[in-house]
Design a protein around this ligand. Structure first.
Ligand code: NAD
Length: 485
């Protein structure tokens, strides 16, 4: 199974719409192409998923046997780890070493959720129901069953292609659902390799159906389809809202993992060297294309100048380059469209009088590279680049004086995905964790993740959770059964 065979295979996939190029963001050259799946292909895929679900070929297997197949899939991913890393680094431009670190984590989703297959269970209740006018009680037993939703749509973006795919497919499989899966149109390649391994591991036909296409065609057809019972979506808040509307037709359940404008608060008692390093990595790594990137940094005034200077120094020394370029620490933006979007925010900020400490321009080379950019003197009330998610290597740094002021600044956003505080004062750390209105708060650390820890957004950063127990429960519905004794 070679990279070339994946590049060739995608050309042969059925589709009825536009031909979509897959572009290497480092060379700006096309690496392959595929045909967009329209509503008919989605309808067929949903039909296959429905047939597989109703047949019980997967959900009817003994839980331990489903778990064994998921373990086999994880082992296959490990065997093909290098190919996954090469494909995703080619497709996204991320350094090969980073992709090599991510792939084992992706395989682990299948092992982690394989463990849950045998642990899904309901609860039992003893009920004394009040009788008629006599006031006598009737004894009843009731219990709950946790059942898979049925056919689910799984849609995700390009910023972590194989990670996003596994984060959704693994819990859906563990729950016993059948799925229709749509990776981002920019990065469909690693999902196709995964698709082959899903079959090789022994997941029955029709249980996982991979579709390649645009969001407004294939994605929209999945979210509007009357026979899809739930959509689990990762992507922008804007598209998340469209998905909620499109789901209204059959009142699909919707799980949303959306955008963020995450604050990082650095107090003057913090380990400043560590805080400066991690706050910089937390926005510049992967060129800021991470949902939890800390794009608004707030620094206590007493150490403000030192921190701004430290972050700017790291920004200037961060070597950008392609996956195989010597010493490359971060890659390009994913596309010409993202480059225009990011530069649009920066140029608007400059016109508004924002101070550019460093960066603010694309690199003078081929590829969608933007110099890590540090901005100050931003007006929180009016600046679009301060208020909206940019999804690029752009950070604003503002000063604060008190804990309360820091929390108020941090919370002044429509997003609520993640937030960070750096302080050596334990009490202050836990106090601020309670004040921050975000689904994940990290204290003295950033960019942390584990399969067992739930992840989800407050406010307009999402609905529901992925990972951990919550992650499998998202694909299960609860049935209450009553029995008269
Ligand atoms: P996007 O919302 O444009 O696209 C995401 C996916 O949705 C793609 O597969 C796309 O084809 C599809 N899509 C687009 N329009 C659709 C429609 N009308 N109906 C159905 N599907 C549609 O997001 P993007 O720009 O590709 O990715 C970046 C965004 O993803 C950022 O906002 C980022 O914060 C977010 N993100 C969130 C998390 C999280 O866990 N909260 C993780 C990663 C990325």
């Amino acid at each position: 199974m070679t990279l070339q065979s994946v590049l060739d295979d995608i050309r042969k996939r059925p589709g009825t719409g536009e031909v979509i190029p897959v572009v290497d963001p480092v060379t700006e050259e096309q690496i392959t192409e595929f045909t967009d799946c329209g509503p008919e292909a989605v309808d067929e895929a949903v039909g296959r998923a429905r047939t597989a679900f109703e047949s019980g070929a997967w959900r009817g297997l003994a839980a331990r046997d489903r778990a064994k197949i998921m373990w086999r899939l994880a082992d296959l991913m490990d065997e093909h780890a290098q190919e996954f890393a090469e494909i995703d680094s080619l497709n996204t431009g991320m350094p090969l070493a980073q992709a090599q670190m991510i792939v084992p984590t992706c395989a682990e989703f299948f092992r982690y959720y394989a463990g849950w297959c045998t642990k899904v269970s309901g609860s039992a209740y003893e009920v004394q129901m009040a009788g008629g006018v006599s006031g006598a009680f009737t004894s009843m037993d009731a219990y709950t069953l946790k059942e898979p939703y049925g056919v689910v749509g799984l849609i995700f973006p390009w910023n972590g292609p194989i990670f996003n795919a596994c984060a959704k497919i693994a819990p859906a499989l563990a729950a016993g659902c059948s799925s229709v899966v749509k990776p981002a149109e920019e990065t469909p390649l690693s999902a196709l390799l995964l698709d082959r391994l899903i079959t090789e591991a022994g997941v029955p036909d029709g249980v996982v159906n991979m579709l390649t296409g645009y969001g407004h065609t294939a994605g929209a057809a999945i979210t509007a389809h009357p026979d899809v019972e739930k959509v689990a979506f990762t992507g922008s808040t804007e598209v998340g809202k469209q998905i909620v509307q499109a789901s209204a037709g059959n009142l699909k359940k919707v799980m949303l993992e959306l955008g963020g404008k995450s604050p990082v608060i650095i107090f003057d008692d913090a380990d400043l060297d560590m805080a400066i390093m991690m706050a910089s990595m937390g926005i510049f790594i992967h060129s800021g294309q991470g949902c939890v990137c800390g794009s608004r940094i707030f620094v206590q005034r007493t150490v403000y100048d030192r921190v701004v200077e430290g972050i700017a120094t790291i920004a200037n020394n961060l070597k950008l380059g392609g996956p195989k370029e010597e010493g490359s620490m971060s890659g390009p933006l994913i596309s010409a469209k993202q480059l225009r979007r990011v530069m649009g925010y920066i140029d608007e900020g400059k016109a508004d009088g924002v101070e550019v400490v460093t960066g603010g321009h694309r690199l003078d080379r081929t590829g969608y590279f933007v110099h890590p950019t540090v901005l100050t003197k931003v007006d929180p009330a009016t600046s679009r680049l301060y208020r909206e998610e940019i999804f690029g290597p752009v950070v604003t740094v503002l000063p604060f004086d008190t804990e309360e002021e820091a929390a108020a600044l941090a919370n002044d956003t429509t997003y609520g995905l993640a937030a960070t505080a750096w302080t050596t004062n334990l009490s202050r750390g836990h106090r601020i964790a309670k004040l921050l209105r975000a689904g994940t708060v990290t204290l003295n650390c950033q960019l942390v993740f584990d399969h067992s820890v739930p992840f989800g957004g407050y406010k307009q950063s999402g609905w529901g959770h992925e990972f951990g127990r919550e992650g499998i429960e998202a694909y299960l519905q609860t049935k209450s059964v009553w029995a008269q004794l």
